[in-house]
Design a binder for this molecule. Structure first.
Ligand SMILES: Nc1nc2c(ncn2[C@@H]2O[C@H](COP(=O)(O)OP(=O)(O)OP(=O)(O)O)[C@@H](O)[C@H]2O)c(=O)[nH]1
Ligand SMILES: [Mg+2]
Length: 235
């Protein structure tokens, strides 16, 4: 069974040396058959070159020249992977590496699951390290997704999600959202297709300064959500 790890990246040259070391070591230590694909979202700081020059032939780069957003980077990367299980996580390894093995093992224990996704909402320390504003914004956003959006999971927004190869192909070939609302689109498509989604508790371990602008991103995401709902309904 082959495991693919996909990491979207946009101008991550500062943290890449440490991420590359950690990912390379962890994957070697925990899996026999695997690949790591960094999906370059139009970085302009030499991120792609850093990955290419790292001495590990199981690690490679895919992507494109112009920045389009995390959703586009994840979609491109996941569809470029060939694993029986495909996992994506953030370049800062916000949830550390053990979540990767945890997610993969959950498929073993739950053969009917198509998705295994992290949730802060079912974790005791899920929101530890968040600023007050960010925590309120996060929880409000999730409430809206559940009541108005029809989301059936406790949390759609964590940066750690895993798919069977089959589910990954079926879902991401139909995704269109380039921005941060893509997580919602992924789950709504999975729900629509009747796929089994398993949640597991996660918390942020590596906290870095947030690039999210609560107000600006909320407006953009609300617009995206409306579009996603309409599109999925019409399928
Ligand atoms: N911010 C941002 N990240 C991107 C983009 N494209 C890909 N990414 C990657 O998406 C991942 C998550 O980015 P973060 O900036 O940490 O966003 P987040 O985790 O949703 O939010 P915070 O950590 O709270 O700021 C990282 O691996 C980024 O390199 C993009 O256009 N903007
Ligand atoms: Mg982050």
């Amino acid at each position: 069974m082959k495991v693919s790890l996909c990491i979207p990246m946009y101008n991550e040259s500062k943290i890449l040396p440490s991420t590359l070391e950690k990912v390379s070591r962890y994957m070697k230590d925990h899996f026999d058959d695997y690949e790591v694909v960094f999906s370059n979202d139009g970085s302009t700081d030499g991120s792609a070159e850093l990955v290419r020059s790292f001495p590990d032939d199981r690690i490679r780069v895919t992507g494109y020249e112009k920045n389009r957003g995390k959703g586009c980077a994840v979609r491109t990367g996941i569809l470029d992977c060939s694993g029986d299980i495909r996992v994506f996580t953030d370049c800062d390894l916000a949830y550390e590496m053990d979540v990767v093995k945890e997610a993969v093992d959950l498929f073993g224990k739950n053969p009917d699951a198509s998705l295994v996704i992290g949730s802060r909402a079912i974790s005791k320390d899920g929101y530890k390290g968040y600023s007050f504003l960010r925590k309120i914004a996060s929880k409000t956003y999730l409430k809206v997704l559940k009541t108005a959006g029809g989301l059936k999971c406790s949390d759609s927004q964590t940066g750690i999600k895993a798919f069977t190869g089959e589910a990954a192909e079926a879902i991401f070939s139909e995704c269109e959202t380039d921005g941060f609302a893509f997580d919602f689109e992924v789950i709504m498509l999975a729900q629509k297709k009747g796929m089994k989604i398993l949640e597991f508790p996660v918390k942020i371990i590596n906290q870095r300064e947030s690039k999210v602008h609560v107000l600006r991103d909320a407006v953009k995401m609300t617009r995206d959500i409306r579009k996603i709902k309409k599109r999925i309904k019409s399928k």
